[in-house]
Design a protein around this ligand. Structure first.
Ligand SMILES: [Zn+2]
Length: 411
């Protein structure tokens, strides 16, 4: 691939060729970043080319993705999700512009479809026979969806606490599921071991730099949907930190190509019970393992695999990291839905809870433009959402008199 210069270790700087490894640095075990030949890309990719492009999905940015083609990837629409101007919520919070990027509109209801799409395209280029992943649900669901019907076999390591809807999706799409009697981190390590011993292709977050690149397209879309401008602040939930590192790379790509001038600040929101990145941010060092426990399964992580690059993104962007409690997350689910019509899963609602906190602390200026990334649809974790509303277990008899008794017939 001429457009790729090399894969460079984010920790020690060692440069690797695309044929060396798709995973970690062979010198220090650090995570790899993909470097592009922007001069070459600039010759064929700019906003005039984009304006003519009628493919409204993530592949409209294929010139900035680390694959030659998306041939063979199922044609479901990944990307070009709506960016809503959330006026009611903005008015309520007293801020001028709030946008919601609704990633729940992707095929499996989460932003992870973007990363899986690139990983599947890469696995097909390499003629891999098996692709594998471990996740609390969203990433694995997206991989199962984007390999459905392909010769490429999919093996998923699913931790014990995977929410039911996410587990059902895996089986519906026909993935081979290994249910692990352990948490996400234990499933992740087992998946890595299988990858090494069986030579499978591994999509895992923070391990595979190709899947991280797919997340860039969410940043590209926001800039394009805002007429080639980045918001002042972008608020993103963090588990492993890959959405943050991926989206920051996307904003940097567009700046390098001269498509945007101003860069956004990136704010990470973590659950209080899974806050390794926030703790590292405050300490000023590297992330250390925690014992994660939060209702927001999609961001529940003991050791964040992409913390190094996520923390770098926070530093480079002049951003910050904050936490929200499970109570605040549960409260945010109906508030976000009632104010914007977007039903988010707990990890997605966490960003709105985080925004409320930032506004209360005076960390969002009145004239700033803010975008929040709702990473997953609320229907993917109904058990969690049910905790935020009261559903009475009482019924009325199917007669008009019962309605009158409820007082609804009074004018
Ligand atoms: Zn290295």
């Amino acid at each position: 691939m001429k457009k790729i210069l090399n894969l460079q270790c984010a920790s020690c700087g060692k440069e690797h060729k695309t044929r060396d490894s798709d995973y970690l640095c062979n010198a220090c075990g650090g995570t790899l970043e993909i470097n592009y030949d922007y001069k070459l890309i600039k010759k064929r990719f700019d906003y005039d080319v984009l304006k003519e492009n009628t493919a409204y999905n993530m592949w409209r940015y294929i010139d900035l993705l680390p694959i030659d083609s998306n041939e063979g990837v199922p044609p479901v629409q990944v990307g070009w999700t709506p960016l809503y101007n959330a006026e009611t919520l903005a008015d309520g919070l007293g801020i001028s512009k709030l946008y919601i990027k609704d990633e729940g509109r992707n095929p499996t209801g989460s932003i992870k479809d973007r990363g899986s799409a690139v990983a599947v395209a890469r696995a097909l280029e390499l003629d891999a026979e098996v692709i594998t992943d471990a996740s609390s649900g969203n990433a694995s669901d997206s991989l199962a969806c984007l390999t459905a019907g392909l010769k490429l076999r999919t093996v998923i390591f699913s931790p014990r606490n995977t929410p039911e809807a996410k587990l059902v999706q895996l089986y519906i799409y026909g993935a081979q599921v290994i249910r692990v009697d352990g948490n996400y981190d234990e499933a992740y390590e087992l998946c890595k071991e299988a990858t090494a011993k069986l030579n499978w292709y591994n999509r895992a977050a923070g391990f595979n730099p190709y899947s991280r690149e797919g997340k860039k397209t969410c940043a590209f879309e926001i800039c394009e949907q805002l007429q080639w401008e980045a918001p002042d602040k972008v608020i993103i939930a963090a588990g492993d930190g890959t959405i943050i590192s991926g989206m920051w790379k996307g904003f940097k790509d567009f700046a390098k190509l001269g498509i945007i001038e101003k860069m956004p600040q990136i704010i990470a929101v973590q659950a209080q019970g899974s806050a390794a990145i926030k703790e590292a941010w405050e300490r000023g060092g590297e992330a250390a393992k925690v014992r994660a426990a939060t209702i927001a399964e999609s961001i529940s992580v003991d050791f964040p695999r992409d913390a190094f690059l996520a923390l770098k993104a926070l530093r480079e962007s002049g951003g910050a990291a904050i936490t929200v409690s499970d109570e605040e997350i549960l409260q945010a689910i109906p508030e976000l839905a009632r104010g914007s019509s977007v039903f988010a899963e707990p990890g997605g609602a966490a960003v709105y809870a985080g925004l409320k906190k930032l506004v209360a602390e005076g960390a969002v200026k009145k004239d700033e433009t803010v975008a929040i990334i709702v990473g997953g649809n609320g229907l993917k974790d109904i058990a969690a959402a049910e905790k935020s509303v009261h559903i009475p277990n009482t019924f009325v008899k199917p007669s008009w008199e019962e309605i009158v008794k409820l007082g609804m017939a009074q004018k």
